[in-house]
Design a protein around this ligand. Structure first.
Ligand code: 0WD
Length: 256
């Protein structure tokens, strides 16, 4: 039985209907999960609530959580514990870098820009996992979103690629720490998808075009396709899988 009926998941990083986090939310909703949404600041509260209200029969909960703030993360999970109780997983779909650091040469990345990208895009997974762990008393799954630019050089991805490499390694160390509690930690390496965050990456259109021309499937992937892989990783379908990076990228990463 691979239904998520009676299970509760925290979805972090829905900004709008194009967000990958929204693709994950829809996939988990379809198989009966209860959803908890977190958003970075009050600006996103209404859009997230409006989107969630389109999920039929879903009684979602909403919390503000700026992941640069340890107290905010602790407070969010404390509130979730009080209001809802135990959770079975977290989808971490959060990243940020300054626009000026997503173009030109990586060598020009400032110290501040470097630290900011790592703070929001990599350290946040560690801080979130630590707080989520105490609510995951029945075991469960944590999934984060990464990108090929962390494994090899992708033009313009620059500091975000270095932050994704850090995220990937953090994911593996967390998988090692949390395995004893039957909490599995994995990453999905998504192919490029047009979202709010993607707009910040210099010449994103040519990255998309390259996938359409060269990836084995000759097309880009959708948020829903990432969503169904997240369902796999967050459910018992993937019981023996932890510390893994699954590429949902039309096969692009196998090309040399
Ligand atoms: O091509 C793409 N779009 C790919 C994205 C390819 C491969 C991976 N990814 C990754 C991104 O790097 C990110 O980790 O997927 C994840 C989700 O990104 P997205 O869906 O492309 O982008 P977007 O819709 O802009 O969502 C990014 C979220 C927003 O959600 P909220 O609800 O919080 O507004 O990251 C959030 C941003 O606001 N975010 C933060 N959330 C909490 N605290 C913070 C912060 N300080 N900063 C940014």
């Amino acid at each position: 039985n691979f239904s998520l009926d009676g299970k509760t998941y925290v979805i972090m990083g829905v900004a709008n209907k194009r967000s990958i986090a929204w693709g994950i939310a829809k996939a988990l909703h379809q198989v009966g999960a209860k959803l908890i949404f977190t958003y970075a600041n009050e600006r996103f509260e209404k859009p997230v609530r409006d989107l969630a209200s389109t999920l039929e029969g879903q009684e979602a909960s909403f919390y503000q959580c700026d992941v640069t703030n340890d107290e905010a993360i602790a407070e969010t999970f404390k509130q979730i514990k009080q209001d809802i109780g135990i959770i079975h997983g977290v989808a971490h779909c959060i990243a940020f870098a300054q626009k000026e650091d997503l173009q030109g040469e990586f060598i020009n990345t400032s110290r501040d820009g470097y630290l900011l990208a790592h703070n929001i895009s990599a350290y946040s997974l560690v801080a979130v996992a630590r707080e989520a762990e105490s609510l995951m008393t029945e075991g469960g799954g944590i999934v984060t979103l990464t990108y090929l630019g962390g494994e090899r050089v992708v033009q313009n991805y620059n500091v975000m690629g270095v932050a994704k490499a850090s995220l990937d390694a953090s994911m593996k160390y967390l998988a090692n720490d949390l395995g004893r509690k039957n909490i599995r930690v994995n990453a999905i390496s998504a192919g490029p998808i047009r979202t709010l965050s993607a707009k910040g990456v210099g010449d994103f259109n040519s990255i998309l075009k390259d996938i359409e021309e060269k990836a084995p499937l000759r097309r880009t992937v959708t948020q829903d396709e990432v969503g169904s892989t997240a369902y796999y990783l967050l459910s018992d379908l993937s019981q023996g899988v932890t510390g893994e990076i699954i590429h949902v990228d039309s096969g692009y990463s196998i090309l040399g």
